[in-house]
Design a protein around this ligand. Structure first.
Ligand code: GLN
Length: 310
């Protein structure tokens, strides 16, 4: 099996994708912003990029989609590069057990978000980016493009406008943190950065390639760029394992056992340390905001190839 790993992985992807497409699709496409609701629910793709440069793909793996909360991973890594350990004074590292946009804990915990992957935490990270870069949007976009090896990756203006118009809850989170003194920049600037990064579109193959450094102790294997220290790659993966799938993170650890991040655009990325990155996409979501088909495909692939880190 190991000697024949590549063939095995490619075949597994094809079979798992075909099996999921043969079954009716559960879940519902995100409709909290109108621009996301118009996406075709039948889209479905999966890619597996490996550290040795292989890329396996099945279905709609090359179609760009709204990465939404997966952008929180790029934002955090960029902020860690820029701020070092100071960031952990302002955002926690515990699972929230609450929906991704929950506000209650933030009041109890004096404006310190539980972790960087719930909305409050990512808005806090956006504040550090706005405060540390003259143009945080440009810095963010260049960073992701470099990691993905793709100049084409861009934001979707319609999604961005829609996010901004329907962002009352995120605005409430930002204002509450500001009232506790945990947001430095102007709330409007912080929110506009946050909505910008959520509106980025990438395909499964681009996403898988861009996050390879997390499977490789911080070094991007294709460019040889050191993106984080091994310790910081460990830390990001640790928080992804406990908090990357929102209030379904425990179940995901139980059934899959990989650091992972989901977004309400229907994407999920899963890091396989020492091996590569899986990225799956299909728009219909379960009640936690995680893609039903992407979850099924990653669960089946990880089980079949024995990828759990535990
Ligand atoms: N843009 C979305 C929001 O802020 C991202 C949430 C998500 O993908 N879970 O609500």
């Amino acid at each position: 099996f190991l000697a024949d790993g590549d063939t095995c992985r490619g075949q597994a992807l094809d079979e798992i994708h075909a099996a999921v497409m043969a079954r009716p699709c559960d879940g519902k496409v995100a409709d909290y912003i109108p621009a996301l609701a118009s996406v075709d629910a039948n889209r479905c793709g999966i890619a597996f990029a490996t550290l040795d440069g292989e890329m396996h793909a099945a279905g709609d793996a090359n179609i760009p989609f709204s990465i939404q909360s997966i952008s929180k991973v790029f934002g955090l890594v960029l902020a860690m590069q820029r701020m070092g350990d100071d960031i952990w004074q302002r955002v926690g590292m515990e699972p929230s057990g609450q929906p991704f946009n929950s506000i209650v804990q933030l009041e109890w915990e004096h404006g310190i978000p539980r972790n960087p992957f719930i909305n409050a935490g990512a808005i806090l990270v956006a504040d550090t980016l706005v405060s540390h870069f003259s143009s945080s949007r440009q810095a963010f976009l260049s960073f992701v493009r470099r990691l993905a090896g793709c100049e084409r990756c861009d934001i979707n203006e319609e999604v961005l406008a829609s996010e901004s118009r329907h962002g009352s809850r995120n605005a409430a989170l930002a204002h509450l943190m500001k009232s506790f003194g945990n947001i430095e920049a102007e709330v409007d600037d912080v929110l506009s950065h946050y909505f910008f990064q959520c509106s980025l579109e990438m395909s499964c193959t681009e996403l898988a390639q861009s996050l390879l450094f997390l499977a490789n102790r911080g070094v991007h294997p294709l460019s040889a760029e050191r993106v984080t220290t091994p310790r910081d790659a460990h830390r990001v993966n640790a928080i992804l394992s406990t908090s990357g799938m929102y209030d379904q993170s425990g179940q995901f650890a139980f059934s899959v056992g990989l650091p992972a991040k989901s977004g309400v655009g229907g994407g999920i990325v899963a890091i396989v340390p020492g091996l590569g990155v899986i990225s799956a996409w299909s728009p219909a979501l379960n009640k936690h905001g995680n893609s039903t088909r992407a979850l099924t495909m990653i669960t089946e692939l990880a089980g079949r190839l024995g990828l759990s880190i535990y």
